[in-house]
Ligand binder design. Sequence first.
Ligand code: CU
Length: 339
Amino acid sequence: MISLLALAVGLATLAFLPVLSDAQSESKTFLTHSGTVITTSGDIIDPLYTVSTVEFDPMQYLRDFNYGKVIESSDGTTIREFTIIAEDDKIMEISPGVFYNVWTFNGTVPGPTMRVTEGDILRINFINNGSKEHTMHFHGIHPAEMDGVFEPVGGGGGQFVYEFEAGPVGVHPYHCHIMPLEEHIIHGLYGVFIVDPKEPRATADELVMVLNGFDTDFDTENNLYAANTIPFYYQHHPIMINTDELIRIYVVNMVEFDPINNFHLHGNLYKYYPTGTDVVPSFYTDMITLSQTERGIMEFEYDYPGKYLFHAHKVEFSEKGWTGIFVVNDADVERDYGT
Ligand SMILES: [Cu+2]
């Protein structure tokens, strides 16, 4: 009888083991095997229970725009409604063998690209299913109480409705604004917010690139860099575009710790619209430099088909993952085949 009881207790203990997989040390300071004391900026994942729980496809993210659920109000104003859920317990294999505790908006890093037109009312039903307080802070113009700074939303299902008129025109980041801010950003609580002008921009093949980095050993230096989270992804999976077709990139720099990032395009130059707030470009260049949350719109067309690199010209970043390839197909050849 006693042994049966012991077996039952043992089985019950086993049944609880998966729960431990979510457990993380809250300690910010720990002793390494060599005796060094390290202060971290993040939680430590227990490697025994590390299993990737996030699937992310950078190719799909590239051209994935979320326009929300459209509601026409009685005065003709367009309301665009979104539901955004924050979580902070997911594990992502961000590079082969490198598992990282990502904090997510709607399950991915970056969160969804929200897209509206200037003057639309943006309504976000924000739900915090994380274990910590989180918010959504948008760059742009809105009332103070919609700024996502002084209104922390508690974990375990806390809710807040952000509602404001979208503006100004441009490309803006959104991110959590709970302290320590650095920690909430580097774990992945950010995304892109595009406000289109009422008179639409010219038709183009549109892409979103969030430049980000990951500090996988919590020493406040990034170990990996990327355009859209996965290091080297677009080098191994080139982005297909066409000659004589306008390409428009909404680029947002979310790299923390390093003061600057940059974006160099090969075999071409691009028109650059800082923050996207003007419809007249400020620069015609093949290199822009971006500080934290700096962003803009790049526009270009390729005359010649072929394979072209794009990458950080801060070489350390490109060698640690922030690099990719455009394969430019000859549009005329394709048209000939099509007729
Ligand atoms: Cu947060």
